[in-house]
Design a protein around this ligand. Structure first.
Ligand code: GRF
Length: 209
């Protein structure tokens, strides 16, 4: 099978990258990770990626004069690996409009809330403090506005009365690791069509699931 080439951008732990890498191990999975790029040299995810035999690169944003120069180097690495889909997985830099336009509808992100609720940072804490009963996670296409792109998949996670930021984050993460590979699989099979804000999912070629 000719697998879709994915580039994963990380800044830290890399557990979502690892979930994607696990899924890609299967011969049936239609994608493969060609390269993992981190903007931080100390990202734990780099070692995790290497343990899967995946190529890694560090592009340290502090080493560049401006965002455009940083992004030009990220693009050079991604294009050098023939990347056809970019997955942000705990990547802590906001991509410029130019970057997003260059890979229009070819960048996915995972966010640990049910968007459009709780975009941004400290998401689990905000959800608990707000008092919502349900949180969860969202895989969405990236647009220049942060956490605002068309939604591909979501999973709901109930908030328990004794939840802390950490316990809630851990339960949401389990769902992240499930829906991110599923979203990549749908993309790789060409089953996602964007209409305005909505993402339509075409039935599988081999009949209903
Ligand atoms: C995840 O919670 C993800 O939703 C958010 O950042 C965290 C990254 O975790 N965007 P990891 O690096 O994938 O373990």
């Amino acid at each position: 099978m000719n697998k879709l080439k994915v580039g994963v951008l990380i800044s830290g732990r890399g557990s979502n990258m690892e979930a994607l890498a696990e899924a890609c191990r299967s011969d049936d999975h239609p994608a493969e990770i060609s390269v993992v790029v981190s903007n931080r040299a100390d990202a734990a995810g780099l070692e995790r990626a290497a343990s899967f035999g995946i190529a890694t690169a560090v592009v340290d944003h502090t080493a560049f004069a401006d965002k455009a120069a940083f992004e030009a180097e990220v693009i050079r690495v991604l294009e050098g690996h023939g990347v056809e889909l970019i997955c942000l997985a705990g990547f802590m830099r906001v991509l410029s409009e130019d970057f997003v336009a260059r890979f229009s509808h070819k960048i996915l992100n995972i966010h640990p809330s049910l968007l459009p609720a709780f975009p941004g940072l400290h998401v689990q804490r905000n959800a608990i403090e707000y008092g919502v009963r349900l949180s969860g996670c969202t895989v969405h296409f990236v647009v220049p506005e942060v956490d605002a792109g068309p939604i591909v998949l979501q999973a709901a996670v109930p908030i328990e009365p004794d939840d802390t930021e950490d316990t809630l984050a851990a339960r949401i993460l389990e769902q992240e690791h499930r829906i991110y590979p599923a979203a990549v699989e749908l993309f790789a099979h060409g089953r996602l069509r964007i209409e305005g804000r909505r993402v339509l999912i075409a039935p599988a070629a081999d009949g209903p699931e």
